[in-house]
Design a protein. Structure first.
Ligand code: IPE
Ligand code: IPE
Ligand code: MG
Length: 232
């Protein structure tokens, strides 16, 4: 299959779901599912570079995920810690720019330093922008933006100004949002930015997401007719 280059999504956003169920099905603890999920992250970055996607945003930890057991949360932090520190030089080599949305300050200090270091070191990279949504919630992002605007004494806000106060200020809106695992809900992801995004809900659990599944995302996107409220 050849892809019409114009129809490759510019920004792909993924709700990486199903790690726990993937592990449970195999009799492993939930954190093993998160661990194997990291390989799917690595593969997906490779596919984005290969097929020419410029922006990849991954939902890694939501503002609601603090409700989980401490053991699971700590396990996820440890995986992010290892993943970012072990891959920092590879990101630079592949020209992958690291970016975050959400508020990092509730995370352990050493994790925040690792994250900030990767962001700094990849600042000039321009092949792919990889945004990790960490302690991210769409409602939280919108409310933080509003409170910042109030603090700066704005009396009237339009879309152009508002989007500059969102965590995604340097990102285009997602063209397609994919949620793995068969769940068909948004779970507080990119609420403002998804106004005209396409949606796709493959059944596959995140650790099983592979190139075949990635190509299905591209093919699905290519079949969609985006009208933005107009008539063609
Ligand atoms: C997604 O997998 C990863 C995170 C939320 C960090 P889940 O952990 O939600 O897996 P399921 O949905 O319980 O299978
Ligand atoms: C959404 O998945 C958050 C991430 C993928 C990080 P959840 O598994 O937390 O969402 P719900 O609880 O099924 O809505
Ligand atoms: Mg889940």
């Amino acid at each position: 299959m050849t892809f019409k280059p114009k129809k490759i999504p510019n920004h792909l956003a993924i709700i990486m779901d199903g790690n726990g169920r993937w592990a449970k099905k195999r009799g492993f603890p939930r954190n093993y599912g998160h661990k194997v999920g990291i390989f799917a992250v690595e593969r997906t970055i490779e596919y984005c570079l290969k097929y020419g996607i410029k922006f990849l945003t991954l939902f890694a930890f939501s503002t609601e995920n603090w409700k989980r057991d401490k053991e699971e949360i700590d396990g996820i932090f440890q995986l992010v810690r290892n993943y970012i520190s072990e891959n920092r030089d590879k990101f630079v080599g592949d020209s992958v720019k690291i970016n975050y949305i959400g508020t990092l300050n509730p995370f352990p200090e050493d994790l925040v330093s690792i994250l900030e270091d990767a962001r700094r070191k990849t600042e000039k990279c321009d092949k792919l922008t990889l945004t990790l949504a960490l302690n991210y919630g769409g409602r939280d992002e919108i409310l933080r933006a509003i409170n910042k605007l109030i603090k700066e004494s704005h009396h009237e806000v339009n879309n152009e100004l508002f989007i500059k106060y969102l965590d995604t200020k340097n990102l285009p809106d997602p063209d397609i949002i994919v949620r793995t695992s068969g769940e068909q809900r948004v779970s507080n992801f990119l609420l403002y930015q998804m106004a005209y995004s396409e949606f796709y809900f493959p059944k596959v659990y995140w650790p099983d997401f592979n190139e075949r599944e990635f190509i299905k995302v591209l093919k699905t996107y290519q079949k969609r007719d985006r009208r933005y409220g107009g008539v063609k």
